[in-house]
Design a binder for this molecule. Structure first.
Ligand SMILES: *Cc1c(COP(=O)(O)O)cnc(C)c1O
Length: 371
């Protein structure tokens, strides 16, 4: 949601004439870092750009392996390839849908350089376990927190505040948006310096435009975008609680749909930062049929997420096939994202629930009769 404050701050940037590399960048970084309890933050042009620089920050390069989740948005795996490293997938936890620490540990080889857990659908990954594994094996950690702004770990640390490079995304569907954009939170000043430099063509902070002492990229975030981000941060609590309210309404409305798996409840002090509302249909229900029937009732839903290792690019490049990560594949085959936005009304949710109740019931009925 965008409002008058975003407009005011953007207009100020426009009037200032300094549209990039200006004062709003550092201000947004400081406010964001403060918000998640991180020491530093480095604003970048997208979540993907942030993940790329975060992998570089932990030293991933040619021939390395990065252990990560196959149940994620494709960018969290692609970024390893940007550095000529290989994403090595490990299966997920069937309840939280996050990378399973035991599976990740079993996937470690002598080439493994880092672990990249994803806080999928805003549910905090088990970072205590990953931090233990990483320190046992001398690995780096990068957290994909692109869906998890507002999430909290069981020890009370906000996601992004543990000191590992953690990456948030600000595309329009995220909890906080700058249109396009992202940020890397960091616990180490030297890595903040490296990340700031690499997003800006390898230029050191105190150097002229013409000398570049390392390889860089153009991953800068403009002052216009940062101004939007600053205004969004001011209203973040409200936006997060609107999402949590919508999720609670869904949970209540869907509680009686037989066989439906709802997003896991918060447990052991962990708190989800609500991003999407994804349910898993009962096994044997034809998901495409459910999507069609919901669409006929004017309700948009989407199979979400597909397993990364089964995408054609990953199959062809790495020879992945069905059966490698059974939990991920089962969940990916049954997952359905329902319409989810902060201002969704109780009546709208009731309609989604009624349609879903009817189509899942019918779909199950068909299946039973057919067998
Ligand atoms: C959105 C998202 C990204 C990428 O963010 P962009 O800003 O679109 O580049 C990466 N990982 C996950 C899990 C995401 O949801």
């Amino acid at each position: 949601m965008l409002g008058a404050e975003e407009e005011r701050l953007v207009a100020e940037v426009l009037r200032s004439g300094q549209l990039s590399l200006g004062p709003r960048v550092g201000e947004f970084e400081r406010l964001f870092a403060q918000r998640v309890g991180a020491r530093y933050a480095s604003a970048v042009s997208s979540g993907t750009a942030g993940l790329h620089l975060a992998l570089r920050a932990v030293g991933v390069s040619d021939g390395d392996e990065v252990v990560t989740s196959p149940f994620s948005f494709v960018a969290s795996a692609n970024v390893a390839l940007y550095e000529r490293a290989r994403p090595v997938f490990a299966d997920i936890d069937p309840v939280t849908l996050n990378l399973d620490p035991a599976a990740a540990k079993a996937a470690i080889t002598e080439r493994t350089k880092a672990i990249l857990p994803v806080h999928i659908f805003g549910y905090p990954a088990d970072m205590e376990a990953f931090e233990r594994i990483a320190s046992e094996h001398g690995l780096g950690i990068v957290e994909d927190a692109c869906e998890a702004l507002g999430a909290v770990h069981r020890d009370g640390t906000p996601v992004g505040g543990r000191g590992n490079p953690a990456v948030f995304g600000f595309y329009a569907n995220k909890q906080l948006t700058t249109g396009e954009g992202g940020i890397v939170t960091l616990g180490d000043g030297a890595l903040k310096e490296q990340t700031d430099s690499e997003r800006n063509q390898g230029r050191a902070a105190d150097m002229g435009w013409l000398d570049h002492d390392r390889l860089g990229f153009n991953y800068r975030l403009s002052d216009i975008a940062c101004a939007v981000g600053i205004a969004q941060l001011e209203r973040l609590d409200g936006m997060l609680s609107d999402r949590a309210r919508a999720a609670a309404l869904y949970r209540q409305a869907l509680s009686d749909v037989e066989g439906l798996t709802l997003p896991c409840e918060d447990r052991e002090g962990e708190r989800r930062g609500w991003f999407v509302f994804v349910v898993q249909l009962p096994r044997g229900v034809d998901r495409d049929e459910v999507v069609r029937r919901l669409a006929a009732g004017g309700i948009q839903s989407k199979p979400y997420l597909p397993a990364i290792h089964l995408m054609s690019f990953y199959r062809e490049r790495f020879g992945h096939r069905e059966g490698e990560f059974p939990v991920c594949e089962d969940v990916a085959a049954r997952s359905l994202a329902l319409p989810f936005f902060p201002s969704v009304s109780e009546a709208q949710i009731e309609r989604v629930a009624a349609e879903l109740r009817a189509v899942v019931g019918r779909s199950r009925g068909h299946r039973v009769r057919a067998t």
